[in-house]
Design a protein around this ligand. Structure first.
Ligand code: AKG
Length: 260
């Protein structure tokens, strides 16, 4: 089946992303692309990069099929529509829920980016280290200039522990736990239900959470983050795939070296 054509620049999904911080685009990616990704992706159970929370990291570095999504096709098109033609993918993760790992995650914003090496730069911090990669919380302006495109590899209904979001919360900047609680009391949250092949496009500062599945079975989501700005004072994105300039693939070498 052919892949979705994104439509005019003023598509309803773009308006929703701007106002509410997220948008669902059904049937965006072909069944063949999803099948090829499912063959290529490591399972959460087998991956050495898997976290307790059912996530596998460093997929842009480790899986050529994931790199291809960041370079061409509907996922790339969506990122370009939001960030412009010079955007590049900076991080690729997969989340899964299974009977063995039926996790939940509390309300939060996605506050970290992955960089090549640690440098003390005003406005950047605190630092953390995840799956061999330096991560840091950048100033809000960096996060506001990014977008995540999440490709659903399985159907995700209300019983499968979907991502829940608080529409419009991406416009409130970084929120403390107290502010998050106050924000949650102001309006109802929304479940992001999607069929396989659909995309959830979301801004990193959108408040989101997810509950354990009531019917645990695979709920695989490939999560790609895109950026379009350079980092200051010698800081560099850990990975950049697509956009101008050569792809930075240091992570590939690192990932392979650590497996041997
Ligand atoms: O996939 C989910 O249920 C939530 C993942 C998440 O919290 C995140 O992307 O930050």
């Amino acid at each position: 089946m052919s892949e979705f054509v994104l439509g005019p620049l003023s598509s309803p999904w773009r308006t929703r992303l701007e106002h509410e911080g997220f948008a669902l685009i059904p049937e965006a990616v072909s069944a063949e692309t999803v099948e090829s990704l499912l063959r290529a992706l490591p399972s959460v159970e087998s991956s050495s990069n898997a976290s307790r929370r059912g996530g596998v990291r460093n997929l842009l570095e480790d899986v050529p099929e994931v790199q291809a999504l960041a370079l061409q096709g509907p996922v790339r098109d969506v990122a370009e529509r939001v960030l412009g033609r010079d955007c590049f993918a900076v991080r690729g993760l997969m989340f899964d829920k299974t009977p063995e790992s039926n996790w939940k995650v509390i309300w939060h914003q996605d506050l970290t980016i992955a960089v090549r090496e640690r440098r003390e730069v005003p406005g950047f911090g605190p630092w953390s280290h995840k799956a061999g990669v330096e991560c840091v919380q950048p100033p809000s302006e960096v996060l506001e200039s990014m977008v995540a495109v999440r490709l659903h590899l399985d159907d995700c209904g209300s019983d499968n522990g979907p991502v829940r979001v608080l529409p419009g919360s991406h416009r409130d900047g970084r929120l403390s736990p107290v502010q998050t609680q106050a924000r949650l009391e102001q309006q109802p949250a929304e479940d992001c239900l999607a069929s396989a092949r659909g995309l959830l496009v979301m801004r990193p500062l959108l408040l989101h959470a997810s509950s354990p599945a009531r019917v645990p079975r695979h709920r695989r989501v490939l999560h790609l983050e895109f950026a379009a700005c350079e980092l200051p004072a010698g800081l560099e994105w850990h990975t950049r795939i697509g956009g101008p300039g050569p792809a930075q693939t240091q992570g590939v070498a690192n990932a392979r070296a650590s497996m041997t």
